[in-house]
Write a protein that binds this ligand. Structure first.
Ligand SMILES: *Cc1c(COP(=O)(O)O)cnc(C)c1O
Length: 410
């Protein structure tokens, strides 16, 4: 065992998982604390966490930035007010998101799927409004389709699941949202055939497919989608729930391509571990949205917005982003080396601190063996091992995980 032992002494009452709904299959061991890049188990072992809570814990565990933001927010006594009333943290966060992205407005919600659902509503609203005042009700109703891509992942609610290309996840719950069209991202003819001025309301894509195997989408492909949307009056949605907020070494993944979306969906890391999602709407979409078109009780509450602002200010520092890119290059170099020496490595892909290693051996065996060695890894589909460390990961931690992968493949 490679595990270091934590200095934390934490007493945890015995509990059972019997009352927990069986939709997940976590290992037996319970985690009771976290420090830096590591989770601490109830038996006092430290596990180096290269899942970062599925890309959520960008600043690692026990972050002083997050603690200070929570304490300052608690000092006001305001955790929640609802959106019946104005509060400062949400407004400050929205302004900062706009400064860092593109001119527009922000809608806050509580998760990635909610950001996706809101995006779908905003997209249909905008695409229909863009038809103009002379459009018939029939023409507006027809313009409803959402074009999404094979292996894309957008969430587990009725709209987002309909555009998530996982028949096994979908089938038990059909019928889902009508109007979902899933095509192959590499097949430009199929994409063109799927899109029309009469029917298409939006195209949605992850600039780096996360769950679908960590696949960066080329700038040329994003440009192609942008041009198609412009041609048919459809909304271009980028789902950056996983690849956004510093993960790629830019604040937003699309910035590398400089292709602008009309809607940008954010979640996972934005709230520093508190539940938050957000949609940034370009002005031309935002101006089609009416009061009452969408709402949420919790979205953008003062506590979570204060924490999100602290996370964003930290991550958006040029020095912080440069470190993400530098450490990303370290991982890339390690993966090149591993790929050159192991036939079981079919490909490696990624950017910044988001990497996938496509393997000819079952990834579940590898993640299980890594767990035994004190390293937490997660797959991205059955054949891709995913590296998603906290953005604050150290060089030594990267070396240790690369060394372990090398060893496990041998
Ligand atoms: C995780 C994820 C979602 C769903 O987010 P939840 O918070 O789990 O609802 C949506 N899109 C992408 C790209 C994701 O990675």
């Amino acid at each position: 065992m490679n595990n270091s032992t934590s200095t934390l002494e934490i007493e945890v009452a015995p509990t059972t998982r019997d009352a927990m709904l069986g939709v997940y299959r976590p290992p037996e061991l319970r985690f009771v604390a976290g420090e830096g890049s590591s989770l601490i188990s109830e038996d006092g072992r430290a596990f180096l966490d290269f899942t970062s809570g599925i890309g959520v814990n960008a600043l690692g565990f026990g972050s002083p930035v997050i603690r200070a933001a929570i304490e300052a927010a608690l000092d006001t006594g305001l955790i929640h007010t609802s959106n019946l009333f104005r509060t400062a943290p949400a407004e400050a966060l929205a302004s900062r998101l706009i400064e860092l992205s593109f001119p527009g407005k922000v809608f806050f919600c509580n998760s990635g799927a909610e950001a996706g659902e809101a995006s779908l509503k905003f997209a249909r609203r905008a695409a229909r409004a863009w038809l103009g005042d002379s459009a018939t009700e029939e023409a507006k109703a027809a313009k409803h389709q959402i074009v999404a891509f094979k292996d894309g992942f957008h969430g587990r609610l009725h709209g987002t699941l309909a555009i998530t290309d996982r028949p096994a996840y979908q089938a038990p719950f059909a019928p889902l949202m009508p109007g979902a069209v899933v095509v192959d991202l590499d097949d430009s003819d199929a994409i063109r055939a799927a899109v029309s001025a009469e029917r298409t309301a939006a195209i949605i894509v992850e600039p780096i497919l996360g769950e679908g195997g960590v696949r960066p989408v080329s700038a040329a492909k994003l440009m192609e989608l942008r041009a198609l949307c412009d041609e048919v009056g459809a909304v271009l949605i980028f789902d950056e729930v996983q690849c956004g907020i510093g993960r790629t070494g830019e604040v937003f993944a699309w910035q590398e391509s400089s292709v602008l979306p009309d809607l940008l969906a954010l979640a996972k890391p934005i709230g520093g571990g508190l539940p938050m999602g957000a949609v940034i709407l370009a002005d031309r979409v935002a101006e089609t949205i009416q009061p009452g078109d969408h709402a949420t009780t919790f979205g953008g509450g003062p506590l979570v917005a204060s924490v999100a602002l602290a996370v964003l200010e930290t991550v958006a520092q040029p020095d912080f982003l440069a470190e993400v890119r530098r450490k990303g290059a370290l991982i890339e170099a390690g993966l090149i080396d591993i790929a050159s020496r192991h036939e079981s490595v079919l490909a490696y892909r990624g950017r910044g601190l988001m990497w996938g290693l496509e393997l000819s051996v079952p990834v579940a065996d590898l993640t299980a063996a890594a767990f035994e060695a004190g390293v937490l890894l997660v797959g991205a589909g059955p054949g891709v091992l995913r590296l998603l460390p906290p953005l604050t990961v150290t060089d030594q931690e990267i070396e240790r995980v690369l060394g372990l992968i090398d060893e496990l493949l041998s």
